[in-house]
Design a protein around this ligand. Sequence first.
Ligand code: ARG
Ligand code: ZN
Length: 424
Amino acid sequence: KLFNLWFCLLGILVYEGFCMKVKYDGDQVLKMIPQTLKHAQFMQGLIQEWMLDLWKPVMVEQIQAGREMHVRVPFSHLQEIKEKLLQNMLPYQILISDVQELVNRNTPIETKMQKISLDNYDYTKYHPMDEIYDWMEQIQLKHRDLVTKHFMGSTYELRPIYYFKIGWPSDKPKKIIFMDCGIHAREWIAVAYCQWFVKEILSSHSNNKLLTNVLKQVDFYVVPVFNIDGYIYSWTTERLWRKNRSPHNNATCYGVDLNRNFNSSWCSVGASRDCNSQTFCGSAPASEPETQAVANLMERTKSQILFYLTIHSYGQYILLPYGSTTNPSVNHVEMTKVAEAAAAKMKEKHNIVYTVGSSSVVLYENSGSSCDWAGDIGIKFSYTFELRDNGTYGFQLPAELIKPTCEETMTAVISMMEYANEKY
Ligand code: ARG
Ligand code: ZN
């Protein structure tokens, strides 16, 4: 014990966060499909009793017979839980055999910032926040004609949130395609996609007719990292952190799920009022500064926004409103048609299937999401992308898969642009 303490103190001197880092050594992610209501209820009980970390769906109430579920079981309970499953005739499959090993594989040990240069910026790696801040700065310096960087508000921990505006200046009012990434901290592939998207647009617009044209009619608004405090925390301390970092109940628990904090049927279904929950909806609609930053910008520009795209992982879905009700939205038919065309393009690229549908129908019910709220304020096309994969690596998608994932997502977004360009 004493030795450990000394080791830790030394560690703190050498590398901040050395002893605080949450470890997942030997933890496994199990996949199962409860076949009956009884099995589903048994699983709900088990998860609550042992406080297991549910990955899919996100809330115990959403566990249903016939629906696939993924759950992380800590090494210390593994034997016992597996025995209980077998005793109750609940077959399971091991999706991830050692969570920590995957964490180690995809997080560079050295997270100290290297001065980046755009010429050799590696878009096939995950980047810590200080590198992304630096990247944003350099992108706007290099592409002054086409790109501007704007401050849109501060996070709870008072870091600046920026968005890029990309497009040619015009005296006519332009349409907007609004995209944000990283509302959930652990979904690193989403953040990687926003960077990929910006790079693609900037490097290929001059020899791409569609893009040349689109950039005259449309401005892209891109928020590369929505939940900056959470993203940093997922790098320094807890790889699987999802929420933002605001403290509650005298700082005994932390974090609001920003995708439950928007003012749309706030906290009615698929969200929790308990701050310890992964889906804590906050103290009031739009209580969080991050939510306010994005909502204010969208509110101000909503008459121009044609598409709202919010990028998440994992599961391989293109989701449309609503999460809070199975009733279709006003533009449901057209939105479905456009998403299906996009999903077909994605399949053509690397043969990966993305499922299209409203969240409440194809995934689970949830309220207060940015996607639902965008539908409410009248944005014609509002989509949630759940990028790769479907559970093999979950939130820890290996860096080797950034490229194919971003490539297929690019084809989807371009197919949406084509549609926008023809019809609007
Ligand atoms: N994974 C997302 C979440 O749990 C899905 C939300 C999708 N909701 C929607 N209305 N499109 O927050
Ligand atoms: Zn998410």
